[in-house]
Design a binder for this molecule. Sequence first.
Ligand SMILES: [Fe+2]
Ligand SMILES: [Fe+2]
Length: 193
Amino acid sequence: MHRSFVRLAATTTGKSNNQLRQKLIEKIIRVDHAGELGADRIYAGQMAVMKGSSIASIIQHMWDEEKEHLDTMERLCAKHEVPPTVFAPIFSVAAYALGVGTALMGKEGAMACTVAVEELIGKHYNDQIKELIDDDPTAHADLLKTLTRLRDEEMEHHETGVVNDGPKAPLFDALKFAIQTGCKGAIWAAERV
Ligand SMILES: [Fe+2]
Ligand SMILES: [Fe+2]
């Protein structure tokens, strides 16, 4: 949110800048926690199917990074007293099913899922980084550092999906559209409750 808008909103609603800043931080951490939980469950679902396959170590590597991301978000939730989204249990099940379903399509299907999800999440992290810089880069220095690191790792996952033939999956464009639409719905929900 732009600083002048924050000030205007603050005077019109009677809320202090601190309260608005806390709301912004809560929104960002809640949705990112949901996203990292989803990513952890997707790769868990994929590994349940692809264990022992030629790409198991590639998926395991991304899964290990997602576990660390989830850990990071859990620590941030605790630090800023942000409860997880009420949709967390549903997201967990849906994400696991997405992981299993795409892995059952084979290597290309699994990697297509990574391409679709990581592209969207990378963009979403970028939007949040811009929002925090617009608000106050100094006040958000630590959070910005974390989000930038996670964004970079998600972009590496995206690249892994591309070089491992994700875009060669059957009906790749339709699959990517469907997955990204589902993820956008989840983001919309998690940013609110
Ligand atoms: Fe992640
Ligand atoms: Fe990722």
